[in-house]
Design a protein around this ligand. Structure first.
Ligand SMILES: [Zn+2]
Ligand SMILES: [Zn+2]
Length: 315
């Protein structure tokens, strides 16, 4: 007898010991060994299941019985799959940790199925920065796609409100000479101005000690209508020379801290990279967003100009 046949017979013997209905039918000659072997492939079955299997065995052929057993096994596999999924689903989570070099590590734990779905959504979607010139690694493209999707999901009316802590002596101009986030991360004034371009800032002023002096009013934010209007005019793409990215902030060409209005005629779309280049990188923009904008390198030379893709007059 082959090892496999021997294992089969042992399995059948063990199952018969704990399944009286099947053993009884086999002993009485109502079941063939083939039928018993098929029935005992169904494990974890109670008397109720056995009764039904016996009924199938008596009414049909061995092939019918085989089909019934396979069906039962498929159902059992599916149920096990659900339990297994639910167990793994319980472990899902998203954790974020700030690092000392100004980055944030975000760890997302998902059941494998959803993780694969997330990756294919991030990798598969048409890259929003199709026209960008700088090569990006696959990891960078995923990060860009993630931010693009998260931002697309917000209403846009009030993207977020940033709470800042700043010192009373530091408020030299309307935005202050530097501040920190509520968690203590320092912000340069240029970064502060960039963030303030497209999100509400609430300033918490402190005196020399740490007594709160004032919770400032929120800085101006773009209304949904203004945002839509600017996005229409710029066709949803960064206005910087030779950039086609679609994930954009709305930038004040003349900063509101310098008296620039929060209006369509003073707002333009810039992708995060070029928004950073303008605020922290020393690039400068002159001109009129509804017409032509000139982009200047940090040394003052002109990099190029772009014109409004669709002229839309609104204030
Ligand atoms: Zn800006
Ligand atoms: Zn750009």
């Amino acid at each position: 007898m082959s090892a496999r046949t021997a294992r089969d017979k042992l399995r059948v013997a063990h199952e018969l010991r704990r399944r009286p209905l099947v053993a009884e039918a086999f002993a009485a000659g109502r079941l063939s060994y083939c039928q018993v072997r098929a029935i005992t492939r169904v494990t974890d079955a109670g008397d109720e299941v056995d009764e039904r299997l016996l009924a199938v065995a008596e009414a049909g052929t061995v092939a019918d019985l085989d089909r019934a057993v396979r069906h039962w096994q498929n159902l059992a596999d599916q149920e096990r799959g659900v339990d297994d999924y639910l167990r793994r689903y319980e472990r899902r989570g998203l954790r974020a940790a700030r690092t000392y070099d100004g980055m944030m590590m975000v760890e997302v734990v998902l059941p494998l199925e959803e993780g694969e779905e997330a990756l294919s959504l991030l990798d598969g979607g048409k890259p929003g920065d199709g026209g960008s010139r700088e090569p990006a690694s696959p990891a960078q493209r995923r990060a860009d796609a993630l931010m693009e999707r998260l931002r697309a999901g917000t209403s846009g009316a009030d993207r977020y409100t940033l709470h800042l802590v700043t010192d009373v002596d530091a408020v030299a101009d309307r935005l202050g000479m530097g501040a920190e986030l509520v968690d203590g991360s320092p912000l340069s004034v240029e970064t502060l101005r960039r963030l303030a371009c497209d999100c509400a800032l609430v300033r918490h002023l402190f005196g020399g000690g740490s007594e709160p002096l004032d919770v400032g009013t929120r800085t101006p934010v773009w209304t949904t209508a203004q945002r839509r209007s600017i996005s229409l005019r710029d066709q949803g793409r960064c206005r910087f020379v030779a950039c086609e990215r679609r994930t954009c902030d709305v930038h004040h060409v003349q900063h509101f801290a310098d008296g620039g209005p929060t209006s369509v005629a003073n707002g333009t779309l810039l992708c995060p990279r070029h928004h950073t280049a303008v605020h922290e990188g020393g690039f400068r923009i002159t001109g009129e967003p509804n017409e032509t904008l000139s982009f200047h390198r940090p040394d003052g030379s002109v990099l190029g100009t772009t014109t409004a893709r669709r002229v839309k007059r609104a204030a």
